[in-house]
Design a protein around this ligand. Structure first.
Ligand code: CO8
Length: 258
């Protein structure tokens, strides 16, 4: 397996694990981290043997944001041309479901990276925030758009305009976090969830993720049309026949991803 400078990558069964690994900078997201995460996630996404991905950081920090030291001296044009937007968009576009397992700080770009994932499981120690306003800027990796869709206008405005952090309990109450677990159980819970997803039929998992993405991006009428067509197309898979006959025969389905 390829080795990377800023992340650790591992396969466990049908689950691909990506661990951010810049402990000295609380996993701040510099260009190399982006390049590594995108490459690892794309490689997992291209591998039929992988059915789900877990993205995690350290106990102290999922990621404390984009790398401020790398950004500090850039001009507006440098920022636009730096390809960060395109790189992270590539990560957000992987077909395979990604579970963010968040312990400690998920701030700025770290919170935004978690929001590019499909499920966010948080340790009870997790802290989320968009503190860019304290640096004289605003969220730049989707925070103003995805956070608002996750938690609504008023909570998003509170966080983005004040730059304050919220703890895991508030994040779960607000709808940002899927589940909160004791810190010691975080990786096991994320792994179990990823294994559950990876055991399903891939075409239906891809379709479910695509339908959820459509709901984030389009009107209700368009989204319903998309869902209807994708739902119908799954009836041309062997796995649909297998799933429904297994139900009738009161046994577990044996999916072949076809
Ligand atoms: N960038 C670079 N280095 C960082 C970052 C960061 N975001 N966060 C922490 N570090 C470094 C610190 O500089 C420090 O390094 P050193 O030991 O060399 O001084 C080390 O990590 C440990 O950090 P602290 O000593 O500060 O640890 P504390 O426990 O005292 O504090 C905090 C932890 C509260 C998390 C604090 O580090 C902090 O406030 N960090 C910055 C959080 C922040 O503002 N994040 C938002 C960044 S901006 C952003 O994410 C924009 C996203 C859009 C990008 C679009 C791409 C073009």
């Amino acid at each position: 397996m390829t080795s990377y400078d800023t992340i650790l990558v591992e396969t466990r069964g049908r689950v691909g694990w990506i661990t951010l690994n810049r402990p000295d900078a609380l996993n701040a997201l510099n260009t190399q981290v982006m390049t590594d995460v995108v490459a690892a996630a794309s490689a997992f996404d291209a591998d039929e043997a992988i059915g789900a991905i877990v993205l995690t950081g350290s106990e102290r920090a999922f990621a404390a944001g984009a790398d401020i030291k790398e950004m500090e001296s850039k001009s507006g044009l440098d920022v636009l041309m730096g390809d960060h937007f395109g790189g992270w968009a590539q990560f957000a576009a992987v077909r395979t479901p990604v579970i963010a397992a968040v312990s400690g700080y998920a701030l700025g770009g770290g919170c935004e990276l978690a929001m590019m994932c499909d499920i966010i499981i948080a340790a009870d120690t997790a802290k989320f925030g968009q503190p860019e306003i304290n640096l004289g800027v605003i969220p730049g990796m989707g925070g103003s758009q995805r956070l608002l869709r996750a938690v609504g206008y008023y909570k998003a405005a509170d966080l983005i305009l004040t730059g304050r952090m919220m703890d895991a309990a508030e994040a779960e109450r607000s709808g940002l976090v899927s589940r909160v677990v004791p810190a010691a159980e975080l990786l096991a819970e994320a792994g179990k969830t990823a294994e559950t997803i990876a055991a399903k039929s891939l075409p239906s998992v891809y379709a479910a993720k695509a339908a959820l993405d459509a709901a984030m991006e389009t009107t209700l009428a368009e989204g319903l049309r998309f869902e209807r067509h994708v739902f119908a197309s799954l009836f041309d898979t062997s796995d649909q026949k297998e799933g429904m006959s297994a139900f009738r025969e009161k046994r577990s389905p044996d999916f072949t991803n076809r």
